[in-house]
Design a binder for this molecule. Structure first.
Ligand code: ADP
Ligand code: ASP
Ligand code: MG
Length: 470
């Protein structure tokens, strides 16, 4: 296909040092030289986001020395990369990095003085990771002979709600991004956008949730009507399981938007769970590509899963650090109002439910939530029900899910999952199947999740090439 406009996203590993940034710039440059307009969207250098979160916590706790040490280490990393990419000490890039680090230091000092870290100030601090990456990528593109211009997420037009830490784009974003980036592109300049971040209509910096640079790229892709969005990664594409857990995990050639969302939702870190939503609305394909092997097709994510009937299950994934919250009390849960009040309490607290199940005797409702949300869930539920109901947490759980649109209407898939787990002597604590039949998920003891993932991967022969299965 002859492309005219692509959005290319580079993740933390692809931005981790000068060498990686130069390689990433060459991948974008290759397309620009073919006459394709490219928007580049970048993540923070690998490890920087975690370091920023940690140092913000240290400042809040009063340990300004630890916070400043982290900032200094990070500063060295950014300066070293700039220097290795050819920036002189008095260049605009070095000046800009110095200024940004100074602002970051002041923001962190403010947190230390106040001993207060709001969601809003955390977003301001954590977005510096991406903001500091963008000038480095622009520099690398310029050093390779291209014209580039870097922008923050807000400058690029990404307008979000004020849900700091997990902000969503507002409808007005798309027109704004188009307005801000079209001119740059038509001047023959490659825009380099800091991913992960946006801003509210009042100009406050927001972030789109962990892994949010994928989401930034697809928002921009939709806004500009790109031919495709390419997410360059350190893996071959979306794989049949996390390659760190399953050695023979295999690249999946095609996935539907829905399948990718399920996978991401159930813990496959490879894409942000909402990343495909802007594309779903516009039908733009997403490719997940390997930066180490750029000619490998990777994974194509599009509307149609192209099911061949032979692979009902495409991937297995897992969420760790889950708690099951059991609400029990003989008979009381049979009253519809009681169950409704449980869900209303969860909704008020904005807690994400991973799984829900209710026993047919109406004496028990179980909810699976991330363990970080367990305290809040317990509090919300206890205040919503009368004392005759018990609300208890079972911690140390994991949720494993199998995903594939071909499971719809296929018999025996659930049986295959349960027997694979039974053969490995893994006990199932909770079961659920989404009504879309795109996934079946089970809760199990967290210590068994890796073994379970490998057993299920093998039972469904997910590591075999399609040709071998035919
Ligand atoms: P990036 O910074 O490029 O967004 P991430 O680290 O966020 O990269 O995501 C890629 C990582 O996701 C891989 O290195 C891999 O360990 C992990 N991962 C988990 N599940 C999967 C999967 N099913 N397919 C591919 N990668 C996966
Ligand atoms: N740097 C952010 C994170 O680590 C966003 C991203 O990499 O997509 O979550
Ligand atoms: Mg990511």
């Amino acid at each position: 296909m002859a492309y005219s406009l692509l959005v290319m996203k580079f993740g933390g590993t692809n931005m981790q040092d000068a060498r990686a940034i130069r390689h990433s710039a060459s991948l974008a440059g290759r397309s620009v030289r073919e006459g394709i307009r490219v928007v580049v969207v970048v993540s923070a250098m690998a490890g920087v986001t975690n370091a920023l979160l940690k140092l913000a916590d240290a400042a809040q706790a009063g340990d300004i020395a630890a916070a400043n040490d982290e900032i200094a280490a990070m500063r060295t990393r950014h300066f070293t990369a700039a220097q290795e990419l050819g920036a002189s000490p008095d260049s605009a890039t070095v000046r800009e990095i110095r200024e940004m680090h100074e602002t970051l230091r002041q923001a962190v000092y403010g947190v230390y003085l106040l001993r207060e870290l709001t969601h809003r100030s955390r977003d301001l601090i954590v977005a510096f990771g991406e903001r500091l990456s963008a000038p480095l990528m622009a520099l690398a593109l310029e050093q390779s002979g291209l014209r580039a211009h870097h922008l923050t997420g807000g400058e690029a037009g990404i307008l979000t709600d004020a849900h700091f830490g997990n902000a969503k784009p507002l409808p007005g974003t798309y027109e704004r991004v188009k307005d801000r980036l079209s001119g740059v592109l038509s001047a023959g300049v490659t825009p380099v956008v800091a991913g992960f971040m946006g801003e509210t209509d009042k100009g406050a910096t927001t972030t789109l949730g962990r892994g949010g640079t994928d989401f930034s790229a697809t928002i921009i892709g939709k806004a500009l009507g790109a031919d495709e969005v390419w997410a360059w990664k350190d893996v071959d594409g979306v794989m049949s399981a996390d390659p760190r857990v399953v050695q023979d995990a295999r690249n999946i050639e095609v996935l539907s938007y829905g399948e990718v969302m399920e996978l991401a939702y159930f813990g496959a870190k490879v894409l942000h769970p909402l990343a495909v939503t802007p594309l779903q609305e516009s039908g733009i394909p997403l490719r997940v590509k390997s930066a180490a092997d750029p000619d490998f097709p990777g994974t194509l994510v599009q509307a149609d899963a192209l099911d061949d009937g032979r692979h009902p299950v495409k991937a297995v994934t897992a969420i760790r650090n889950v708690s099951i919250i059991n609400v029990s009390g003989a008979g009381a849960l049979g009253v519809p109002d009681v169950v409704a009040s449980l869900f209303a309490a969860i909704a008020r607290e904005n807690i994400t439910l991973l799984m829900v199940s209710q026993s047919s005797s109406m004496s028990n409702v179980s909810l699976a939530v991330q363990s970080v949300d367990a305290e809040r869930t317990l509090g919300a539920l206890r205040s919503a029900v009368t004392a005759e109901l018990q609300v208890e947490e079972q911690a140390g759980v994991a949720v494993l899910a199998i995903v594939g649109s071909g499971m719809r209407g296929q018999r025996g898939v659930a049986a295959g999952l349960f027997s694979a787990l039974a053969q490995s002597e893994i006990n199932i604590l909770m079961i659920s199947q989404g009504s879309s039949e795109l996934n079946i998920s089970v809760a199990l003891d967290g210590t068994q999740v890796e073994e379970a993932t490998r057993a299920v991967h093998q039972a469904f022969r997910l590591g075999e090439l399609p040709a071998a299965v035919h």
